[in-house]
Design a binder for this molecule. Structure first.
Ligand code: FAD
Length: 447
């Protein structure tokens, strides 16, 4: 009898399993592919590894601005892929080591819930006190004729490319589409992003999404907004523009980046009466489902599909299942888009605050107020915006565009989480020179 069986070894499942193991619990972790899940194998890590290479390649062309002449350089795509594979393998081995040290029994198989306290793994039924479902998500396939055809790549298959396509069509201007658009554009492809909404990176603060769009356009990426893709056929994407005009774009690589959907099928959820829909398994702030002893965390719950949220939710679920008092707080979840420049945010957006009728103050400064930003970026652009409560000065949201934003956003997360008012936050000493000093300047500007 296990204390908990975790299904899925992504950042939600493997961290939760290791945590339970470290608490001395008897734990099994069932994974049908490779441990690490989407994030390590076909998500966060490979995407950022590719983006590091593309950035360096672009920067070689800009090195003269820094007083460095590079007479000859070229992109070696198989080597880019090789480097990415090496990083992924190192991290996967790290996860395997963590699970071993935490006494987690890893079972390589498909898992299916066969009863409230039973999981079927490779034809055997295992008994357990708790089940944690962490089966993650997979690329969405909207009902667009041809989008499921073999020639159309998605975030699961794009990493199989070992040469740079010359023309890339990306369907979807969310964070996944924008990151791949950045990569392909930097390595020299012509890139067109087709987005159904009138803006990119929807869900972000409006000012961020507007300014990011302008910067990416200046970098050479073409955006077709308010554009409905109606079919894909042998590399040709057919669409209807916002003004109703039909159009098409022919590419040698079409990427479906229309979002991700929770993996809820084939798990036996219906049979045991777990409340779920195509949007995910319904859980409370501790990861409890409606069925006692069955828990869920991460992308499969459809909430904030981000690796760090999956991890926190998994740990919370384990703490709660063994009597701890813990829950996920969603007020200050950081989110980053690793475009160049990157954007990072935490807390509420201006649109959110307006919709909720919450009076707020704001201050915004260009990233260039931080000397380090000027040192690091010759062509860089960006800004930091701080939103605070109009009456009490509590920090409600921070939104930043510009490289290194992903590194200093954690300071904003801590300030929001700890409820530090803006006047007190202005007394915090930031190291100099750092790009994060732009956040301090924005905080000081809130009047
Ligand atoms: P997953 O990582 O999806 O893991 C679920 C695991 O469950 C999988 O390994 C799967 O094989 C296994 N599984 C499913 N069903 C079963 C079953 N029945 N039996 C056994 N095993 C099963 N997030 C960020 O925070 N930052 C980023 O920069 C970022 N970049 C991304 C870039 C891309 C291209 C993509 C696609 C995603 C990115 N994400 C990023 C999102 C991130 O990858 C996910 O939020 C995260 O992986 C979710 O973790 P999870 O544990 O819920 O699920």
């Amino acid at each position: 009898m296990y204390d908990v069986i975790v299904i899925g070894a992504g950042p939600g499942g493997y961290e939760a399993a290791a945590h339970a193991g470290q608490m001395g619990k008897k734990v099994a972790l069932v994974e049908e592919k490779r441990v690490g899940g989407t994030c390590l194998n076909v998500g966060c890590i490979p995407a950022k590894a590719w983006l590091r290479s593309s950035r360096l390649y672009r920067e070689c062309g800009e090195a003269k601005l820094f007083g460095v002449e590079i007479s000859s350089y070229r992109l070696d795509m198989p080597a880019v892929v090789e480097r990415k594979n090496r990083i992924v393998s190192t991290l996967v081995r790290g996860v395997e080591g963590l699970l071993k040290r935490s006494d987690v029994e890893v079972l390589s198989s498909h898992a299916r819930i066969s009863g409230r306290n039973q999981v079927e793994v490779g034809g055997k039924v295992l008994e357990t006190a708790n089940i944690l479902v962490a089966t993650g998500s997979r690329p969405a396939k909207p009902p667009i004729p041809g989008i499921g055809s073999e020639g159309v790549l998605d975030s699961g298959t794009v990493f199989e490319l070992d040469e740079v396509p010359s023309r890339v069509a990306i369907i979807g201007g969310g964070y996944i589409g924008l990151e791949f658009a950045t990569f392909f554009s930097e390595v020299g492809a012509e890139v067109v992003v087709l987005e159904m909404l009138p803006q990119v990176a929807s869900g972000c603060d409006g000012e961020i999404s507007e300014r990011l769009l302008r910067v990416l356009e200046r970098a050479g990426i073409t955006f077709k907004l308010s554009c409905r893709v109606v079919g894909v056929d042998a590399g040709t994407v057919r669409f209807v523009s916002g003004d109703g005009q039909p159009g098409s774009y022919t590419a040698d690589c079409v990427l479906n980046a229309t979002g991700r959907v929770p993996v809820v099928e084939g798990l036996g959820l219906e049979e045991v009466g777990v409340d779920f829909s195509a949007k995910g398994i319904r859980v409370d702030l501790q990861g409890k489902t409606n069925v006692p002893g069955i828990w869920a965390c991460g992308d499969v719950t459809g909430k904030h599909m981000l690796a760090h949220v999956a991890t926190r939710a998994g740990i919370v679920a384990v703490n709660a299942m063994f009597g701890g008092h813990d829950w996920v707080r969603y007020e200050a979840i950081p989110a980053v888009i690793y475009t160049h420049p990157e954007v990072a945010s935490a807390g509420r957006t201006e649109e959110d605050l307006k919709a909720a009728g919450i009076p707020y103050k704001k201050a915004s400064v260009p990233m260039g107020v931080a000397g380090r930003f000027l040192i690091e970026n010759e062509k860089g652009t960006g800004f930091v915006k701080v939103l605070t409560g109009a009456k009490h000065g509590e920090i409600l949201g921070v939104h930043a565009m510009g490289d290194s934003a992903s590194e200093f956003i954690v300071a904003a997360v801590a300030l929001i989480e700890a409820g530090v008012p803006v006047a007190r936050a202005g007394q915090v000493v930031f190291p100099h020179p750092t790009v994060g000093e732009a956040l301090r300047e924005a905080i000081l500007q809130v009047k």
